[in-house]
Design a protein around this ligand. Structure first.
Ligand code: GLA
Length: 435
């Protein structure tokens, strides 16, 4: 009897408070202004880079024309510093009239006309982190309705200038308010980042019910040091974090800074690879008008994107941490496939790391491998030792397809060779891959 009541109560809880928008069954992808353009509001002296409608239409044009949108990068997201310092006569938020003369609704239409989506930023305290008007408890409903009226597609809801009790009420309340508008609006909660990111303070079960994604940790900056700090925090806490992720609910380690100033090409590949392993939202914060072809190639890598977007939505984990400074990460993918990342924390030279799929706990079998960044292919038996050469602060990333039956493998070996294949008994032929 108690059980029945309990079940009923929890069903009621879910139906009353769950964010029921069906969105973001795979991690959302797009562009977000903050890391690259911050709170630059000086349109007089810096018209090309200031937070204004022109910045967002410029980025929309690039996403639309330069192949990004077709790869899934569809969100164009406004961050802080978009609004006027005052609410309008009816108590609604309004954009800065000089910088957004056409208003947010027109900007949303601009996106929708091109198949893109518009995201906006709010804060559940008295002020945003940048000091603009916030959406405290008594403003949440009217602000959710305003965003829906503007036809906005996503909300990042920050937590500056609010306390723990207000957050406990405000984040679920905004979820409910967004639901009540009837417009599907992706909901990004910064809540856990303000609670230290870890249970028992953070309730990831609840977050999964009320938000589509959430920032767990501090802000990314334009440096390798920042990326590494974030990566280490997420994988050190993977047991608490990974189970929280799944279709419609994602951990967010923050924006991609590939294409900015702080990362080498190797470090850029590392960020892309590890964000794919983490099933992280892929929000680039860079200048798509001037991005280098190298950075573009990394962000537009189809295999890395498809690994990130795998429909099972299982967040990957670090499975090996070697004293040598090599870490190995694995993400299970649909169709019995998986992604592997070999990452080097070293600062000396490319490191020749030797292992085998068996040592990485793969079951017996023969596997087809595709190197995500070189597109080289090969076949490897679980028992075969191989060597990967991993650049300092760089990665080697593999897509590993389901094991073929051994008999089939031998059959094919007799016929054509797809890439290279190695035999365990071939003592002298230790494969040296991707040198
Ligand atoms: C916080 C967030 C950032 C950004 C800024 C804006 O620091 O974590 O992502 O939104 O506020 O002021």
């Amino acid at each position: 009897m108690y059980l029945v009541v309990l079940l009923f109560a929890s069903a009621l809880f879910v139906s009353t408070f769950a964010l029921d928008n069906g969105l973001m069954q795979t991690p959302p992808m797009g562009w977000l202004a903050w890391e690259r353009f911050r709170c630059d509001i000086d349109c007089e002296h810096d018209p090309k880079n200031c937070i204004s409608e022109n910045l967002f239409t410029d980025m929309a044009d690039r996403l639309y024309e330069d192949g990004w949108m077709d790869l899934g990068y569809v969100y164009v997201n406004i961050d802080d510093c978009w609004s006027s310092m005052q609410r309008d006569g009816k108590g609604r938020l309004q954009p800065d009239p000089k910088r957004f003369p056409g208003g947010i609704r027109r900007l949303a239409r601009y996106m929708h006309d091109r198949g893109l989506k518009l995201g906006i930023y709010g804060d559940m305290g008295t002020h945003t982190c940048g000091g603009y008007p916030g959406s405290p408890l008594d403003k949440i409903e009217i602000d959710a309705q305003t965003f829906a009226d503007w036809e906005v597609d996503m909300l990042k809801f920050d937590g500056c200038y609010s306390n723990t009790t207000e957050q406990e009420q405000g984040y679920p309340l905004m979820s409910k308010a967004l639901n009540a508008t009837g417009r599907p609006i992706g909901y990004s909660c910064s809540w856990p980042a303000y609670q230290g990111g870890l249970p028992p303070k953070v309730n990831y079960t609840q977050l999964g019910l009320i938000c589509n994604l959430w920032r767990n940790y501090g802000d990314i900056q334009d440096s390798w040091d920042s990326v590494l700090t974030i990566v280490d925090w997420f994988f050190e806490n993977q047991d608490a974090l990974a189970p929280a992720a799944g279709p419609g609910r994602w951990n967010d380690p923050d924006m991609l800074i590939v294409g900015d100033f702080g990362l080498s090409m190797d470090q850029s590949r590392s960020q892309m690879a590890l964000w794919a392993i983490m099933a992280a939202p892929l929000f680039m914060s860079n200048d798509l008008r001037t991005i280098s072809s190298g950075a573009r190639g990394i962000l537009q890598n189809k295999m890395a994107i498809s690994i990130n977007q795998d429909p099972m939505g299982i967040q990957g984990r670090r499975i090996v941490k070697e004293k040598s400074g090599i870490d190995v990460f694995l993400r299970p993918l649909s169709n019995n496939a998986s992604a592997l990342v070999f990452f080097s924390r070293r600062n000396d030279m490319p490191y020749r790391y030797q292992t085998s799929l068996r040592k990485l706990n793969y079951p017996t079998g023969s596997y087809n491998i595709i190197d995500v960044f070189t597109e080289k292919t090969m076949t490897l038996k679980d028992s075969t030792d191989f060597v990967v050469s991993v650049n300092p602060t760089g990665v080697v990333m593999w897509y590993v397809s389901a094991p073929a039956k051994m008999g089939l493998h031998y059959f094919f070996r007799g016929g054509h060779h797809h890439g290279s294949s190695y035999d365990k008994d071939d003592e002298n032929s230790l494969p040296q891959l991707f040198l």
